[in-house]
Design a protein around this ligand. Structure first.
Ligand SMILES: CC(C)(COP(=O)(O)OP(=O)(O)OC[C@H]1O[C@@H](n2cnc3c(N)ncnc32)[C@H](O)[C@@H]1OP(=O)(O)O)[C@@H](O)C(=O)NCCC(=O)NCCS
Length: 344
């Protein structure tokens, strides 16, 4: 019996042309018991490999029965819930972590991240953009953009308002999963596919893209770009920025270690080690020339910031008299404010 990388049962939305707009998986599995698939292989017409199989109500009923008989009570109870679904039901099976090939597969991978089953960079996401249609995310769920004017009119004619909350390829994470032990002041600012670690607080200015996130605990008041991972006990100050790799030429994957402080309106284009601080308002890019100071504050070297990438216990600041960017040992690495950072 072959191993399975991931699988999930979900339901979603399709447009009039029968194309998927989005899929919701309440309980995705990583490395599930292969028997789960084996017992239903014939029932759902699974031929192996990676597949998204749309199921009829009858197939879902059989799935529930056969899983129950095979002792998979938990999975069977989800199948029972989907028996009456008004929305199309899909069983998505990923035998391997290959590039996603369909919208349901792409959504499963985003769910694996937000359910904390894999960390950022822990799953292959290349080629995902064309698989995620640009959708109007409304108070009535996902709506195809071509169908939107009609739906808006219909709502008005019924004395209602169809509220469009965003027009985007990614929905907000919290409409799919709210991971335990987090505070998110403005849920629209965290996309599905974000990994939000236990004990993370995201204030209104905070943002987390897909395939990015926090180990937790931590305070996020700035932007965590796609691909960026922030270590335990680190603080991203108000309006601070972590440089992404999706546009503009940045190709170094940024991460912050544990106990770092990115000051308000600061930014980093290099990965930081543990206990590093960047002064409020200072943006370090990989080519920034940095004066390295010794214990006495004397300049001992001038390097490019990228040469300091990943090193621990560094304090970066712009000398307000000379204008030079300087780096010295960080003597007072931050201790997170316990009161502020409590998540409940
Ligand atoms: C970089 C930073 C951590 C330095 O803080 P610090 O280590 O406590 O340093 P201090 O402010 O006590 O200053 C120590 C000395 O360095 C000097 N100094 C500080 N910043 C300087 C600068 N940019 N250029 C020149 N001198 C500077 C101070 O004047 C002081 O001089 P003194 O010894 O003659 O009195 C702090 O300025 C900072 O930016 N913190 C970020 C806070 C933040 O944004 N939090 C997030 C909120 S949302």
């Amino acid at each position: 019996m072959s191993t399975i990388f991931a699988f999930a049962l979900g339901c979603g939305t399709k447009n009039r042309d029968d194309n998927w707009l989005e899929v919701f998986y309440p309980d995705p599995y990583l490395n599930p018991d292969p028997k789960l698939i084996e017992v239903v292989r014939e029932e759902v017409g699974y031929q192996g490999g990676n597949a998204a199989l749309e199921l009829t109500h009858r197939q879902v009923q059989h799935l529930a029965r056969e899983w129950r008989e095979a002792g998979f009570e938990h999975e069977a109870s989800y199948a029972v819930a989907f028996q009456e679904s008004e929305r199309p039901v899909v069983l998505t099976i990923l035998e391997t972590d290959a590039e996603p090939a369909s919208t349901p597969e792409a959504y499963l991978k985003l769910h694996l991240l937000s359910h904390r089953l894999v960390k950022p960079h822990g799953v292959v996401l290349s080629g995902i953009f064309p698989l995620l249609p640009n959708v109007a995310w409304t108070n009535e769920g996902a709506v195809d953009l071509e169908e939107l004017p009609e739906r808006q009119l219909l709502a008005r004619l019924n004395g209602k308002l169809l509220e469009v909350n965003s027009v985007d390829k990614f929905p907000k994470m919290t409409d799919y999963v709210v991971p335990t032990g987090v505070r998110i002041a403005d849920t629209a600012r965290v996309r599905l596919g974000a990994y939000v670690g236990e004990g993370t607080t995201i204030m209104h200015e905070g943002f987390i893209n897909f395939n990015a996130g926090t180990e937790g605990p931590g305070m996020i008041e700035g932007r965590i770009s796609a691909g960026v991972f922030v270590g335990k006990g680190s603080d991203i100050g108000g309006g601070a920025s972590t440089m992404g790799t999706l546009s503009g030429g940045g190709n170094i994957v940024i991460s912050l270690g544990e106990g770092c402080l990115l000051g308000a309106n600061a930014g980093t284009g290099i990965p930081l080690g543990d206990r590093c601080t960047i002064e409020a308002g200072l943006y370090i890019t990989s080519g920034t020339k940095v004066e390295v100071l010794d214990e006495n504050g004397d300049v001992v070297d001038t390097v490019k910031a990228r040469d300091l990438a990943g090193k621990s216990d560094l304090l970066f600041r712009r000398n307000s008299e000379s204008g030079a960017v300087q780096c010295r040992t960080n003597k007072s690495a931050i201790a997170l404010n316990e009161e502020l950072h409590k998540h409940n």
